[in-house]
Design a protein around this ligand. Structure first.
Ligand code: BGC
Length: 942
């Protein structure tokens, strides 16, 4: 192949990289603390980031200059000869509250080009005490068991239309604010869920619809997470039994004067249409009742110290779905199917009869008979009720959400029109990554993973959105966060959650099971401090650091990470190991003993094998984090401690010949992936893991702990093909089993729905749990092959990992430096690889079937070359039944020659209907022979 003038030869096998010769440097995506032009920012030393695009290859920033001004320049870095473009800390004068700052950035690149861009940010109150003298906490005086949502109203006169109006508000409970009859913005579930006793967010809104003269501010409150019922067996008032409101509207007029309208006893309290509202149970609205004035609001004593500006991105309606199918179920129920399991609520458009009652119940699924199934909602009623006023109405709930795909409607009259829309609600995080490949089933799985993430990222990372639970389960976050970082920029979301995690930590128990912690006051408080669940304290900050290159998150969390680590250390016995106390173990692993004696939810792997494996990983993270933060003493301490614990672990759980005590799939996975065994044993362990999988007819048995790492461990230890087979396994258990069964999200259990369509009878059975979605991480890092080499992807590797059955894969990921794109294809005798490397980053590209690794700078590259590899699925595989092989004419002569006794063995009849792979459990050494026979069978064309 020859090089043409517009193409670059990158290597001797004539790979071609195309580029356009347009000289241009572009600055884009200016953010401050990960947010685009935020208002209400309370970071005193916020950090600036930007991205660069260039049409020239091998571009990096050589210098930058930032200025910050409020009209006059208050900070000017001057020209800084530095390639840093991410998280540059503000070092200027102290920022002032409620001030708009403009920041300008100029950059220069290594080719002599430069670019300029500008953005603004506005500070918030900077401290909760800013409310002092301006506004007071107010409440309604309703009876404690009154379920009506109070409406606080404040009317005021504005002398003119203000040039700027900002509303600062928060509540004990949930609130929605309206100005002159219009909702103040498009966000929901303010003030969000935090560890309320210690941290309460306030929100800042830009108010646009004020008028000269009379205006009205109106706040409706719900109990929400503050006073509503929460937990497995829901109990109310986890934080308090009285909902309350605090807000101030600050109006700035053209002449610079300000008017402050704060909550106080000048506000009135009315009842509105919301008669009942609970997160789990739903909402009841009665639109026939007139709004009734109850009286003046009363001042409520509550502090201001815990107030903090909104940290997370707010919850919005991200997707609106029309009804996909309206039908009558076999039992007569009137059902609507939105064709997607989601978190949110149903919006109703109807013109009713005055007093007509509509009841909407929500569920994730139909049962095996096609009827509405609510058996997995536990105590949640998930029911919204509307009593209509006779006009055309568009209705939706306010302080509840449901996990649902189906709605069961009652109360519609003969011939009456109704329009239902499913509104998907979640924290509105910036999208980051996408993945598609040649297999539509895997693409559906990928969509299910993404839906599951958004469905469980409603202000806190929850286990599930539908049953009476919906809690910030820490173990689920440990399992899933490394996958989550690929889909969305989760930093604002997780940073908030980690602050709550730290706030709720108790050195005595190490870590809560759920954050915010609403279980420690209940019956399950004694289960705090379980391995893996507690490891969220270390794994999540470390994952964020690696993904975004953000040291501040590590510094902020370091004490919390240490509290957890030191807690575990104190649990260890004289042998240096953690072998006491409650453990969740390999939660929901399928190798549990099913004899009715144990907890069927716990996999077979020894609990303390798991606990110590997790402890070792946490020690590794601690040592690495201390190194990043320059904490030399801690680094040495944790490295040495890890060595000691590792030695103790090997004494206890690894035999002299490298066999593991409790040698399950999960144990072998952890041993390999967490690097717990000596190098020399890894090959054998990987081989035994393969055998174990084969003995289960190419199925996994892993639970919460093993599943996220199983395929990663296989791929990294020479068994990538086995990982590929697990991925593509369609029979229960496996990721594609769910897809085959019509799942639109990821299930809690491998067998949440049984092959006959009936539900697993266990009461803990959600169809929307993200833990097993952790396979996403394998899709992106081992199949597409994108891996971080330096924090923030400043340097990354791309090494496509072909598997049989998938002929192409495309991935796009928005790193903090810009978009990384990589795509590979192996079709029709040709391999192609495309790669886009952002400005300022370097990629190490290992092309399939080439030994050399290319180091490449920014730009877009295309490679193509010939191959004899066929990735299309073969007709005959190790999953083919033995009977089929034995009867195949091309196989018979080989069997006769190499395994002459096989056909005469009387035992053969017992395994005839088994896949060939399962025979490996009896004679692993026969594998090459089976593979050779299969090759001949496939080549025979018969
Ligand atoms: C949750 C899980 C959680 C577990 C603790 C369940 O009820 O749904 O996802 O991690 O409890 O074992």
């Amino acid at each position: 192949m020859t090089c043409e003038s517009d193409k670059i030869c990158r290597a001797e096998y004539a790979l071609r990289a195309f580029r356009k010769e347009v000289r241009m440097l572009k600055l884009y995506d200016l953010t401050i603390e990960y947010k685009t032009e935020p208002i209400g920012l309370d970071e005193m030393q916020p950090r600036f980031s930007w991205k660069l695009k260039s049409d020239r290859n091998d571009t990096w920033q050589s210098a930058y200059r930032i200025t910050v001004s409020t009209g006059e320049v208050i900070w000017d870095t001057g020209r800084v000869e530095n390639s840093q473009s991410v998280l540059i800390e503000y070092m200027g004068e102290v920022l002032e509250a409620r001030t708009v700052y403009t920041w300008n950035v100029t950059v220069w690149d290594n080719h002599g080009e430069s670019a300029f861009a500008s953005a603004v940010f506005e500070t918030g109150l900077l401290t909760g005490t800013a409310f002092e003298g301006n506004a007071r906490w107010i409440t309604h005086g309703f009876l404690k068991d009154d379920t009506v949502s109070p409406v606080f109203i404040r009317r005021f006169t504005a002398p003119a239309v203000p040039v700027r109006a900002r509303l600062y508000a928060t509540a004990l409970g949930l609130y929605e604010a309206e100005v002159n009859g219009v909702k103040v913005d498009d966000t929901y579930f303010a003030p969000g869920w935090t560890s309320y006793h210690k941290r309460l967010q306030y929100q800042t809104y830009s108010v646009e619809n004020l008028r000269e003269g009379e205006n009205e501010l109106r706040f409706t409150l719900g109990k929400g997470w503050y006073a509503g019922a929460l937990g497995f067996t829901p109990t109310p008032n986890h934080y308090g039994d009285t909902t309350a409101l605090l807000s101030m509207l600050i109006l700035t007029y053209a002449d610079g004067t300000e008017q402050v309208i704060g909550t106080d006893d000048d506000c009135t309290v009315s009842t509105g249409p919301i008669r009942f509202s609970e997160l789990y149970d739903g909402e009841t609205q009665d639109w026939t009742l007139p709004e009734t004035l109850i009286g003046k609001a009363t001042v409520f004593e509550h502090g201001l110290e815990s107030l903090t500006a909104q940290e997370n991105e707010p919850v919005r309606c991200l997707v609106r779905l029309p009804v996909s199918r309206e039908f009558t179920a076999p039992n007569g129920d009137h059902l609507f199917d939105f064709a997607q399991n989601l978190t949110g609520w149903t919006e109703v458009k109807i013109t009713g009869r005055p007093g007509q009652k509509l009841v909407l119940r929500h569920a994730e699924s139909l049962d095996e008979n096609g009827n509405f199934y609510t058996g997995n909602l536990s105590f949640a009623k998930a029911t919204d009720t509307y009593i209509l006023n006779g006009e055309e109405q568009i209705l939706r709930p306010h302080f509840t959400f449901h996990g649902f795909r189906y709605v069961c409607l009652n109360g519609l009259e003969e011939g009456q029109q109704i329009e239902l829309t499913a509104c998907h609600l979640a924290s509105d995080l910036k999208a980051a990554g996408s993945f598609t490949c040649s297999d539509e089933r895997v693409n559906r799985l990928q969509q299910n993973i993404v839906w599951g993430q958004r469905d469980n990222y409603l202000d806190v990372p929850t286990d599930c959105p539908q049953r009476s639970e919906r809690l910030g389960w820490t173990g689920d976050a440990t399992a899933y966060t490394p996958t989550a970082v690929f889909h969305q920029n989760i930093m604002p979301f997780m940073r908030k959650w980690l602050r709550d995690l730290a706030a709720d930590q108790n050195p005595e128990t190490g870590m809560a099971q759920v954050v915010p912690d609403v279980l420690s006051d209940g019956a399950t408080g004694g289960q705090n401090g379980s391995a893996y669940w507690g490891d969220a304290a270390t794994v999540v900050p470390w994952t964020l650091y690696e993904t975004y290159g953000d040291k501040r998150v590590l510094a902020e969390q370091y004490d919390s990470m240490k509290i957890w680590t030191e807690y575990v250390r104190r649990q260890c016995g004289e042998n240096g190991l953690w072998q006491t106390g409650f453990q969740y173990g390999d939660w929901l692993g399928l190798d549990a003993e099913m004899n009715g004696l144990g907890d069927e939810r716990k996999g077979a792997t020894d609990d303390y094998f798991v606990a110590n494996a997790c402890y070792l990983r946490t020690l590794q993270i601690m040592a690495d984090s201390a190194a990043v933060l320059g904490l030399k003493e801690d680094e040495i301490l944790y490295r040495e401690l890890r060595e000691k614990v590792l030695a103790a672990f090997r004494r206890e759980y690894v035999t002299l010949t490298g066999r593991l005590v409790s040698e399950t799939q999960t144990a072998m996975t952890l041993a390999l992936y967490f690097d717990l065994v000596e190098e020399q044993f890894k090959e054998d362990i990987a081989a035994r893991l393969e055998q174990n999988i084969a003995a289960h007819k190419t199925h996994l048995t892993t639970g919460f702990i093993g599943t996220p790492y199983l395929c990663l461990a296989l791929s990294d230890n020479g068994k990538h093909a086995v990982a590929g087979k697990l991925l593509l396994q369609e029979e229960n258990p496996g990721w594609l089993y769910e897809v085959k069964m019509g799942a639109t999200t990821v299930w809690e259990r491998w067998n949440s729905i049984l092959p006959d369509g009936s539900f697993n009878p266990a009461n803990m059975n959600s169809l929307n749990h993200y833990a097993y979605g952790a396979i996403g991480s394998w899709l992106y890092t081992r199949l597409s092959g994108l891996r971080r080499l330096e924090p923030g992807y400043r340097k990354f590797a791309v090494a496509p990992g072909f598997i049989k059955g998938i002929t192409r894969a495309e991935l796009s990921y928005e790193s903090v430096y810009g978009t990384i794109e990589t795509a590979w294809k192996c079709e029709n005798g040709k391999i192609t690889v495309d790669l886009t490397v952002p400005v300022g980053t370097t990629a190490l590209l290992t092309l399939p079937e080439k030994d050399e690794t290319l180091e490449i700078g920014s730009g877009s590259y295309h490679y193509e070359y010939e191959t004899t590899t066929r990735l299309e699925q073969d007709r005959y595989t190790m999953e083919t039944l033995l009977r089929v092989m034995l009867q195949h004419p091309a196989a018979q002569p080989i069997i006769r020659q190499y395994m002459p006794d096989m056909l005469d063995n009387p035992m053969i009849q017992y395994v005839m209907e088994e896949p060939i792979s399962s025979l490996l459990a009896y004679a692993a050494e026969a594998k090459p022979l089976y593979e050779m026979i299969l090759k001949v069978m496939n080549e025979s064309g018969i």
